[in-house]
Each structure stands twice: as structure tokens, then as C-alpha cells.
Ligand binder design. Structure first.
Ligand code: HEC
Length: 345
């Protein structure tokens, strides 16, 4: 008589498969992480969620109880069979059952039937003296085969009809998350003229504004702001005056473009620069104009264009094209920042 696979071996193996199957059909609510380690954390989270789902726990419990019942029935059948064995066979069986299961499993691969057993399973055909034996498939092999069939059916159903590993659902989830991120970014970046602050005292903002200026504005205004195609931004002469204060004037021109000359395009309205980027570049232009020396014609700057606007001049009322840079305080006291006009949007 063959030895059975003991319950302490087959019950855990089957339980693991059942838990995996139940996990596949249990819906999950957490945000999946990506990447290699994401796979492990997702699996763990999925496991935790499965075990907090009443229905899933119920199915797993029932499966476990059924396995215990099957195991008990097996034992009864086994003892019935045992009683029918001869005394010698019973002794053999007892010795065998005391061996370690895994050792027995491995050695069983090398065992051959007794001549008597072989005679019973020999098939009624042969060729050149080669005979075929009708060996039964090993129980563990059959168990895996049947589990595989069940697993396959559940997997296909779960994959096709539930959210388990559903590419569209995953795409939607990911997309919603990314869209929220983009919306947040837009909200933080797309400030309008009302929300803009002159950040000419903020070194970081000036640094970033300078970068934008060199990348985008320098082609027309030159890197030092001295002007070329566009007017000199370092002097006290301005073509456009749409706002009462210098900073908001710069912001307005960069956001909405020049009302007179299409070459100075609406960087904000056209979506080329966000409100936040314009705030920084306008702060930088303000800083160049108020805190640094003018780039004169002798130094390659463009000749003054537009009107002298004395209240925006760095050296006070009389703008004598002074090259002396004013201090930070000078700039703030001389140009009180009035809020932007309503007309500028
Ligand atoms: C394609 C060339 C071009 C580019 C690029 C350009 N500008 Fe201008 N800009 C001009 C011209 C031309 C004017 C003059 C507009 C007018 O006559 O009304 C001007 C005017 C201005 C004014 C108003 C000057 C005044 O006297 O009224 C400011 C401020 C300004 N630009 C800032 C910028 C900033 C900041 C950038 C980069 C984001 C930039 N410009 C990019 C061509 C350009």
C-alpha cells in the first residue's frame, strides 16, 4: 500500500494556492506603486486587503475546513485499507510511515515495483521485448495539475472580468493621479498679475528669472538687457506704460505682449511662460533696471526709446542716465509698488 502525502504537507500548499486565487478576485483600494519593489509592496498590500475583506476570509476559511475534512476522510480510508493488509505488509507500512516524508519522496523516484506489482500493471503489448508499464501518475503531480486547471480558470476570469491586473483600470488610475499632479502644478504656477509679487530681493527667484531671460529674452534684448531688436531695459525710458508701477508694467508687457509691437509677444497668454515664470523674469528685469548700472550706448546698449518716466527712474526725479547703481533700499523707497490696474489681465 502506498503512503499518503501527510496533511501537514498538502494542506499548506493547497491553502497558499487558494489564497492566491482569492486575492485575484478581491478588489483593492490602494494606490499601486510602480517598479520592482512596487511589485512586492503591492502584493503585500493586496494580501492585507484580502484578509480584511469578510467575504474573502469566509471563502478561505471554508476551503480550510474542507481540506481538514478531506484529510480526515483520507485517514479513515487509509485505516480501512490497512486492516485488509497481511501482517507482513502492515509491518512494512509501519516502518515506511516512520520515515521522513521528503526522504521517502526522493527515494521513491529511484524505487521500482516488485515483480509482482509490475506484473499487475504491465500492458498487453510490447516490441522487441520492451514492455510498457501502466504506472499511475504521482499524486503530487496530479495535485499540481488539477490546481493548475482551477488556477487557470480563475485567472482568466479574474483577468477578463475584474479589476485584477486590468490594463485599462491601471491606466485610468495612473492617469487620474498624474492629472491631479498637473492640475496642482498649473494652480501653483499659473498666477495672474493680481497674484504676482515683485521678488527682486529673492536671490533664488532672480537666479531663475535670469536663466529664463537668457534663454528667451536675450535674443532681442541682449543678455545684459542693453537691447537690440527690443528696447533697452536698463535705462529709464519706456515705450509702454500700462501700469502705475514698474514691476507690474514689466509683468503686464511680458504676460500680454506689447499693445504696439507684435514682436514683443504675449508670453503668458500664448502659454509660453507660466505666470510664475513671468513673475521671476519680471523681477529679474526690475532688478536689472533698478539695481544695476544702465547699459549705455557706448557699452553697446540701444539708444533710449519711448518716454522718460521719472518716477520709475532709479536715481530719483531727474534721470540723467546716471550709471550709479542704487541700493536695494533706494529701489524700494523710490518705487512704491502699487497694485496692478484692473485693465491688465
Ligand atoms: C522677438 C523679440 C523679442 C523677444 C524674444 C522679447 N522681446 Fe521684449 N520687446 C521686444 C520689442 C520689439 C519690444 C518693444 C515693444 C514696443 O515697441 O511696444 C519689447 C518690449 C519689451 C518690454 C517693454 C519695454 C518698453 O520700453 O516698453 C519689456 C519689459 C520686455 N520687452 C521684456 C521682455 C522679456 C522679459 C522677454 C523674455 C520673456 C522679452 N521681452 C522677449 C522684442 C522682444
Amino acid at each position: 500500500m502506498k503512503q499518503r502525502t501527510p496533511g501537514r504537507i498538502f494542506i499548506p500548499i493547497i491553502m497558499v494556492s487558494i489564497i492566491a486565487i482569492v486575492m485575484m478576485v478581491t478588489p483593492i483600494g490602494f494606490d499601486r506603486s510602480t517598479g520592482f519593489w512596487g511589485f512586492f509592496s503591492n502584493t503585500w498590500n493586496h494580501f492585507v486587503e484580502t484578509f480584511s475583506n469578510g467575504m474573502a476570509i469566509g471563502i478561505i476559511l471554508i476551503a480550510f475546513i474542507m481540506l481538514l475534512i478531506v484529510n480526515a476522510i483520507n485517514k479513515v480510508v487509509e485505516s480501512q485499507k490497512f486492516k485488509k493488509l497481511s501482517a507482513e505488509q502492515q509491518e512494512q507500512y509501519v516502518v515506511m510511515s516512520k520515515q521522513n516524508y521528503f526522504k521517502r519522496l526522493i527515494s521513491s523516484g529511484r524505487e521500482r515495483q516488485s515483480d509482482e506489482e509490475e506484473q499487475a500493471i504491465i500492458l498487453d503489448h510490447g516490441f522487441d521485448g520492451i514492455k510498457e508499464l501502466d504506472n499511475a501518475l504521482p499524486q503530487w503531480w496530479l495535485a499540481m495539475f488539477y490546481m493548475g486547471i482551477v488556477f487557470m480558470v480563475v485567472y482568466v476570469l479574474a483577468y477578463s472580468f475584474t479589476d485584477f491586473a486590468h490594463p485599462e483600470v491601471e491606466y485610468e488610475e495612473f492617469n487620474t493621479k498624474e492629472q491631479a499632479r498637473v492640475d496642482k502644478w498649473i494652480l501653483e504656477n499659473d498666477i495672474t498679475i493680481e497674484g504676482a509679487k515683485n521678488k527682486y530681493l529673492d536671490a533664488q527667484a532672480i537666479e531663475e528669472g535670469k536663466k529664463t531671460f537668457e534663454q528667451i529674452c536675450a535674443t532681442c534684448h541682449t543678455a545684459n538687457g542693453g537691447g537690440g531688436i527690443g528696447p533697452n531695459l536698463t535705462d529709464d525710458y519706456w515705450v509702454n506704460k500700462t501700469q502705475d508701477s514698474l514691476f507690474y508694467n514689466i509683468y503686464d508687457i511680458v504676460y500680454n505682449g506689447s499693445p504696439n509691437n507684435a514682436q514683443m509677444r504675449a508670453f503668458g497668454k500664448r502659454g509660453e511662460l507660466t505666470g510664475l515664470a513671468i513673475e521671476k523674469v519680471a523681477s529679474y528685469v526690475y532688478h536689472m533696471n533698478q539695481e544695476e548700472a544702465d547699459v549705455t550706448e557706448n557699452e553697446g546698449g540701444a539708444a533710449p526709446q519711448g518716454d522718460l518716466i521719472s518716477e520709475w527712474a532709479k536715481s530719483g526725479a531727474t534721470a540723467s542716465a546716471s550709471t550709479e547703481p542704487s541700493t536695494d533700499e533706494g529701489a524700494t523707497t523710490k518705487n512704491t509698488e502699487t497694485s496692478p490696474k484692473d485693465s491688465a489681465q
